[in-house]
Design a binder for this molecule. Structure first.
Ligand code: ADE
Length: 277
């Protein structure tokens, strides 16, 4: 996969030289290139922003440097629209990190990991002139994406997270692909708790079932721990969970957590605690 990142702070992306993603780049599994937006300006001050039309606080990123940068990176013309029917190669996906984007999830990471080319446009200040998004639709599949409902100072930190989430799904990047199967969100649930040696630490014991050697029991305990954790921390995830084919012991585990299975979906039993007769 090839990934291009355009930013006014290319140094911000230096951590992508480390660890698994850095190794994937060295091994040729990931061709990641970082570009300085200011290299695509034409004025002496290398200006990338200006005041917003309509007034208001902050600055807006100018459209022309972005069009020049994205066109250079994607090897398209900044002036001409793509000729009809000329799309031989699939369009790169242009990801624009923004708190106003669609939510970046594990499912989105999996989708993006199937692409040949991703381009990330890191906005700063109040954002990028909206006309860039219109222009970009002629050359890219444009996806504004948000890490979550909070505001960062710019897209760079979001790109670090998204590139890591996508990069680790590429074939060969994670040494043991099985570890991708059992982690949080891969099955719509949070991960079960994990323990290592010693079995007794500061008077705290590892749950006995994990020392039992009974693999069926261990698998069931882990699944039920996933249910318990998800119900406690992320009940919103349970609404999407496919409970249609759960074995009876799992239905009982959910019943103990206050959930019934109705038409293959989990339904929270109304809380009767404290109710007056
Ligand atoms: N840029 C600023 N805030 C962001 C967020 N929450 N997600 C992605 N990009 C952002």
């Amino acid at each position: 996969m090839r990934i291009d990142v355009v930013s006014i702070f290319p140094e911000y992306l230096a951590p992508l030289e480390l660890s698994l993603i850095g190794k994937a780049r060295q091994d040729g599994l990931l061709d990641l290139r970082v570009h300085d937006l200011r290299d695509f300006t034409t004025d002496r001050h290398r200006t990338v922003d200006d005041t917003p039309y309509g007034g208001g606080a902050g600055m807006v990123m100018k459209p022309e440097p972005w069009a020049q940068a994205l066109a250079a990176v994607a090897d398209v013309s900044a002036e001409q629209p793509a000729a009809a029917g000329s799309a031989v190669a699939p369009r790169p996906v242009l990801i624009v990190p923004s708190p106003a984007g669609e939510r970046f999830t594990q499912a989105a990471a999996q989708e993006l990991a199937e692409e040949d080319r991703l381009v990330f446009a890191c906005g700063r200040y109040e954002g990028i002139d909206e006309r860039v998004m219109e222009w970009a639709q002629e050359h890219f599949t444009v996806r504004p994406m948000s890490l979550g409902d909070y505001v960062l100072n710019g897209g760079e930190v979001a790109v670090l997270a998204m590139v890591e989430a996508v990069g680790r799904l590429l074939p060969g990047v994670v040494g043991n692909p099985e570890s991708l199967v059992e982690e949080s969100h891969s099955d719509g649930l949070l991960e079960y708790p994990v323990y290592t040696k010693p079995s007794s630490w500061r008077d705290r014991e590892v749950p006995a079932v994990l020392l039992s050697g009974n693999h069926g029991k261990i698998a069931q305990w882990r699944r039920h721990e996933q249910y318990r954790r998800t119900a406690e921390r992320r009940p919103d995830l349970l609404a999407e969970f496919d409970a249609g084919k759960l074995p009876r012991a799992d239905r009982t585990a959910f019943a103990d957590l206050g959930y019934d299975v109705v038409d293959g979906r989990l339904r929270r039993r109304p809380d009767t605690a404290g109710e007056q007769n």
